[in-house]
Design a protein around this ligand. Sequence first.
Ligand SMILES: Cc1cc2nc3c(=O)[nH]c(=O)nc-3n(C[C@H](O)[C@H](O)[C@H](O)COP(=O)(O)OP(=O)(O)OC[C@H]3O[C@@H](n4cnc5c(N)ncnc54)[C@H](O)[C@@H]3O)c2cc1C
Length: 494
Amino acid sequence: MASSEEITRALIDALGPEKVLHELPDLMPYSRDWSPRPETIAYLPIAVVLPSSTEDVATVVRLANQMEFVVIPFGGGTGMGGGAVPLEENTVIIDMKSMNRVLEIDIPNRVIRVQAGITIEKINEALEPYGYWFPHDPESKPASTIGAAIACDNDSTFGIRYGKIVTHLLNVVVVTGDGRILRLGHRKAHCSSTGYKLHWLLIGSEGTLAIITEVTLAIYPKPRSRAVLMYVFPSIDKAVRAIEEAIRAGIPIESANIGDRYRLHFYTHAYRTKYGQEPSIPEWAKAIVGLSIAGDPKVVRFHARYLSHIFRRFGGRRVREQEIVESWWASKHTLAFEPFKQKWPDSQRREKFGAADLGIPVGRLEDAHRFFTECTQRHKLRIIGMNIYNEAPNRISPSISFAVYVNESDPSSVERFYAYVREMSELAVRLEGTMSTYIGDGDRLGGFNRIEHGDALDLMLAIKRVFDPHAVLNPGKKWRSRWIRENLTEQPKP
Ligand SMILES: Cc1cc2nc3c(=O)[nH]c(=O)nc-3n(C[C@H](O)[C@H](O)[C@H](O)COP(=O)(O)OP(=O)(O)OC[C@H]3O[C@@H](n4cnc5c(N)ncnc54)[C@H](O)[C@@H]3O)c2cc1C
């Protein structure tokens, strides 16, 4: 195996010194993402490469095969599962943010072609003058890249109308683990039934199969106006049924989040703290729904009125405090960290947001919520709350964030958090759901995700070998990781 110095020298020779970072201060930001981990532990990469083309990426991957180092594609570093974090000593990071150009906007064919390191926010800024938009919209859009949105299969605020990234992804250019450059997908056609859909295999692959360097996406006419509304309900079940009834009535709901009573408390507490008065939220409220409806102003007004009428039948009451509604919408769209607008007040300064991100069948939400409360108590974790996103068009399709506070300066808090994630993941499988809906396996679930996948995991490993025969791409992610092995006690099955 080549030494760090030999690898760095080879990278500089191949790409030029301006594309290779190797001084300690330049490497530090790449030792973490947003996943909770003890602040005393950091694995640094040998070097960080700043590519400008697919060929640059292929050059690094080919060198990795020759010199036996491993490679991690890194986007905005906002992933919550440790997917972009180096775990091995001989790691070279490829910072995809340096590939951030718009390559083509093709309005007649309703597509945009971009380099994979562009942020989702920048894609929409480029489309703005044309009256079109790309509606896949995670809260982290100012920092999170389109390549990673595909690699993590992340959630979108507008999932209940536009679905997940799979709906919008037409083709990708990738570099496989043995350095081949391939275009996968169906060019600018918006659907296809020929061949295998290998571009879809990249969805959720977390940089373990190939590095995505270019992406072609479907774009949509941008609505002219939007109403943002909030309601409280006596239970989560009532909130679910009200949204379903609105869909049945033909109301094209654009976004819908259901928060539990802890999340509701979060908003009322913030309002009380800021304005020194009680919001007019009734005592009986146990769930809060934030939603939007978009279209022409007249149509939006009509739908908002009709929705109100339906929601009242299920015990819903409109939240009158516009500040609360705006704070919810700002948390989705501006990531404004001024205390009231921040989703989890001051948490990122003292304690971190950590989540189990489960897909729970809709009929079992209350069961999952009960277990959540009990499990957090058992692991002595403070609850932030349960937030249900809906990620498939025209139906309730829960992608749930079961969020808690984690203190990274206390290793036992991190350990308890991962024990909690494991138990919650096992619960999801018991309830016939899934262990992850937007974070991915990262280095959290590897080692016990066989509970969900069974023998299919062996088939997945065989697919990994086809794309990445010498295992140079993102080792330890999706599969058992060295970090978990060394730092966390294996939890026995409950
Ligand atoms: C404040 C905040 C709000 C968030 N809101 C949401 C939300 O609303 N919805 C949601 O789903 N998530 C959300 N997240 C989580 C996170 O933003 C998403 O998972 C996002 O997709 C990560 O993008 P990134 O560019 O930061 O990826 P990174 O963290 O850099 O990487 C994530 C994974 O993708 C891989 N990867 C990166 N680029 C490529 C590439 N070009 N080819 C192949 N693999 C690649 C990495 O190796 C890694 O495994 C939020 C996070 C934060 C901190």
